[in-house]
Design a protein around this ligand. Structure first.
Ligand code: ATP
Ligand code: MG
Ligand code: MG
Ligand code: MG
Length: 571
């Protein structure tokens, strides 16, 4: 590529709404242009990087045995109604109507469509396992699109979906994707960490996020490098705090939400598998006439719930009663496990399987007043209540949930997510295959996403300085810029630079020849902003000694290299 024939369009100042370095630099370098909130044009320069990221992902997905297909951006509502997500998904799902008034959506993800494909295509156990993926435009009507491509409304995702005969197979598929993700993010040149994440209503430990370490990251991750413990804060915080209380000799803690704003946090908490740290959970609303509020008791030790009631929680008698094991069995059809009691009336509820869905039964009030329990002096009779808002307040040095390590805390950008789905979608859409005995069985599924366009921003967050972007070579829009000084005046410069450019190209180097006859300062500043990893400067002065300058983007001093050695030096 010759710079004179390419669209290079750098600008001095980033717009005001670009708050973080990567967003500012992508605009200044001319990689993206905003079309609407969270919706961007990917300009020729930006698209080169996006395509390189896609290709690395594609190569590793193919190497892991996944099969590429392509599912439409526009999907019929019927499938989403079948899965139940038409109602559940909320305002992030963009719903549209066609001219006949039929409902469609713009896909935020593709579990429904891929499960529809699977149920139509896969008849026999012989066709399993299979893993389909695509790299496709997604739309999520994010509440707060920001940070440019990092949290866009329209963005590109690689999403893969595995289908297996049984749980064992699904775990193998999951592991294969987990390993492939390690290879992908390593090849992309990113500093990342895989952390355990919340599995929501699925349970188990099979969800991991791949987080790129960056101070502007919206996610908090906690880890202990000595014990290999690593999790996102949603998963870790509550167990860590419970462990902290245990370490202080307290085995009961109360979590309380004073208002509707924190309802989401209670839901998050309840979607976490707390079974390692908590034996029972009591979930209830405020008794009688007060404003509806949610509280929960996390009981770590062995408690006879009736004893708690009588002994420690005398104040609960007014509004609550703890159920017996028999009552729980009768109510939920299963023994309590680590689950708690049921209450007297409809203001008092307990969940049997700690699913988020169950939480929809609850109403949250907006009362900011602290919760008061008659007859109980928190802090004296019982440990101080833990506000739901506190749940995120784990600090470095707190114990890990297993009590064996100590937390370190970092900020991260979620660039990938692997998730074991079980039969959630195959059951909803009745995707069965005939097993070896000829009986129909639901397919075991997993889903695996990578935020292709988000990676562009994440990579820049990790690799930039005051002059601009510093691309990891694998995803640089160009690997090498050959800059001719005095292009219009010097035949020697033109000839040598062009020859170098042709040679590098023939060696497979992605090189751009700057033949624009710009002043050196302007030209150099532009390539530094764009972040090209290697710059070769061809000028009459160096050529007099048969040399050109080679400069790495991270280096401050150029190296004089003899012409015959240049290609080997940078190829
Ligand atoms: P987040 O927590 O950041 O909202 P998510 O958990 O909702 O992300 P997933 O449903 O796991 O996202 O989607 C898979 C991947 O898609 C994410 O790991 C992320 O890299 C990317 N992604 C999700 N939302 C966006 C977005 N609004 N803009 C760009 N990339 C996104
Ligand atoms: Mg999201
Ligand atoms: Mg997330
Ligand atoms: Mg996710």
């Amino acid at each position: 590529m010759r710079a004179s024939a390419f669209h290079i369009s750098t600008i001095k100042e980033a717009p005001n709404d670009a708050e973080i370095a990567s967003h500012q630099l992508m605009i200044r370098a001319g990689m993206i242009r905003k079309l609407a909130g969270g919706i961007y044009n990917y300009m020729p320069l930006g698209l080169r990087t996006i395509r390189k990221i896609e290709n690395i992902i594609r190569e590793e997905m193919n190497a892991a045995g996944a099969l590429e297909l392509l599912m439409p951006v526009v999907q019929p509502a019927e499938l989403w109604q079948e899965s139940g997500r038409w109602e559940k998904y909320g305002p992030e799902l963009l719903r549209i109507k066609d001219r006949h008034g039929r409902d469609f959506i713009l896909q935020p993800t593709s579990e429904e469509v891929i499960t529809d494909i699977a149920r139509n295509e896969i008849k026999s156990w012989r066709q399993l396992p299979v893993n389909f993926y695509h790299i496709q435009t997604k739309f999520r009507d994010e509440r707060r699109p920001r940070f440019g491509v990092m949290r866009g409304r329209e963005f590109t995702m690689k999403d893969a979906y595995s289908f297996d005969r049984d749980v064992d197979g699904a775990m193998q598929s999951y592991q294969a994707m987990f390993d492939a993700y390690h290879k992908i993010f390593t090849r992309l040149g990113l500093n990342f960490r895989a952390v355990a994440a919340d599995t929501g209503s699925i349970g188990g430990s099979s969800s991991h996020e791949f987080q790129v370490i960056a101070d502007i990251g919206e996610d908090l991750i906690v880890y202990d490098p000595r014990t290999d413990y690593a999790a996102n804060i949603e998963l870790a915080a509550a167990p860590c705090l419970i462990e902290k209380r245990a370490a202080a000799g307290q085995d009961l803690c109360k979590v309380h939400t004073p208002g509707a704003a924190t309802c989401e946090e209670v839901k998050n908490l309840l979607s976490i598998d707390l079974s390692r740290t908590v034996k029972s959970i009591v979930l209830a609303t405020e008794p009688a006439d007060s404003d509806p509020q949610i509280w929960l008791l996390l009981l770590r030790g062995d408690h006879d719930l009736n004893e708690i009631k009588v002994g420690k929680l005398a104040g609960f008698e007014e509004g609550f009663r703890f159920a017996t094991e028999d009552e729980i069995k009768e109510h939920f059809g299963s023994p309590p496990g680590y689950l708690g009691p049921v209450g007297l009336d409809d203001r008092v509820k307990v969940i049997a399987d700690l699913t988020v869905a169950n939480m929809n039964d609850f109403v949250c009030g907006a009362n900011e007043a602290p919760y008061h329990l008659q007859g109980v002096n928190w802090g004296r009779d019982l440990p101080e209540p833990l506000l739901v808002a506190d749940i995120r307040n784990v600090v470095a040095g707190d114990p890990t949930p297993d009590g064996k390590g100590v937390l370190n805390i970092q900020r991260g950008i979620e660039v990938g997510h692997v998730f074991y789905l079980g039969t959630k979608y195959s059951e909803a859409l009745k995707a069965t295959y005939l097993d070896e005995t000829g009986k129909p069985a639901f397919m075991e599924m997993g889903c695996y996403g990578i935020g292709v366009t988000r990676i562009v921003g994440a990579a820049i967050e990790q690799n930039h300085d005051e002059r601009g972007i510093i691309w990891p070579r694998a995803i640089a829009p160009f690997e090498v810029a050959v800059c001719g000084l005095g292009w219009g005046k010097s035949d020697a410069v033109r000839e040598t630079a062009t020859k170098l450019y042709e040679e590098l190209k023939s060696q497979g180097v992605d090189v751009i020849l700057d033949d624009r006859d710009l002043r050196p300062g302007v030209m150099f500043a532009e390539w530094e902003l764009i972040g090209v990893p290697i710059r070769i400067t061809v000028g009459d002065r160096g050529l007099a000694n048969g040399q050109v300058e080679v400069l790495g983007r991270r280096e401050s001093n150029a190296e004089l290299v003899d012409l015959p050695d240049v290609v080997a030096r940078v190829a």
